[in-house]
Design a protein around this ligand. Sequence first.
Ligand code: SF4
Length: 420
Amino acid sequence: MAFEPDWREKELSLKEVAEKYPDFPKLIALKIDASRRGIKYTDRALAAVDPDFHHVEPRSVITDSGTKGANSVPLGVTLRDGTLICQGDKVITKHTRREPYTLDIVDGRPVLIDLGEEIEGVEFWEKPLFYDKVTSNGTPMREVASARPQRICVIPQPVCEFWKHRCGCKYCSIFSDNMGLDAVKRSEAYFQDVYETVEEALKQKGRYASFMMTSGTALGGEELLDDEVDAYIQTLQAAGKAIGAQKFTVKLVGTAFSEKQLRRLYDNTGITTYTTDLEVLNKDLFEWICPGKAKYIGYDEWKNRLYTAVGIFGKGNVNTGFVGGVETAQPHGFKSEEEALTSTLAEAEEIGAHGVSFAETVWNANPRSVFYDQREPSLEYCVRLAQGLADIRRKNGIGIYTDDYRRCGNHPNTDLARID
Ligand code: SF4
């Protein structure tokens, strides 16, 4: 399948969606559309990015680039209300279905453009100041941690062992450079690097509102996943030493751990919230799309572990992430958007009633994933999904503190928390 020249005739545009759903914030609808379709930088826009001042990463870090070792590009941009769009410079392949937005420079400022029309000005993210520093072990701090405008991020385990067993998630390209490798055993020197990097990052006053940590799945250990839990505990202890608080704002996105492992995490670190991603809110589709998660833990057990986590971390402190729209992947996904929405929100109702909230990302078929040639759903679908999830969260009185736009900024449904 390739580019669909008539795709605009098949779905509502951003303007039409805004007219049909006037209560839905237009800038969040734009974020969703740009996340779904991607952003293509012009040469002029790339030339306006100043690596000494703006946050750039090698293209290989940006998961849809596929151009390892090429020049560095921004990870995302900010809209005028603080909404983030976590999209770099899109790589267009023969399987790209819709044109991305264009990011160009107009009157000296970066602007998103569609069909030749200026849609909205954006700002490039500023470079974290710790990016120029080196730890006492000689490690560049930018290799120890990354950042968004509002949070610092550490990945102690940049390998997902599901790929070693050929059962990674079909939409995923994270850590694909390390595909097939074993999980890494981190040394004391690494945790010293984490401590020094977090300590240095905090010298940039007012920038970081949370500490984020995630990894690929590490299956090993005495109990399945113990190695992953150990890596998080040691990393959080190192970060906590720098932060100097008994508990601090942590967003951890990990695999679904057992009760014993969750208690170990909670009792031995400053962790405050826990996120473990079901990825798709449907058991049959979970088994197709996330075969590793299905094989080693299973959909029902994943949900049970989320509910157990609520008992440990408290209501409002446990989330499940999912890839909004992947439920329409073919051939096994829902054929109609209406059916997909009804089913997904019904499952979300059940999960939300247990005190779990949602961190939804917008599916953008990644050229390096198994689903490289799939078709993402319409903007209208994504807007209705985000609104439905926000409504379920509110109805159940669940907070979303570490995943809102001030501390994370990636999820349309939690961006809506600003109007709670
Ligand atoms: S668990 Fe799935 S989504 Fe997460 S890194 Fe592994 S393959 Fe990717």
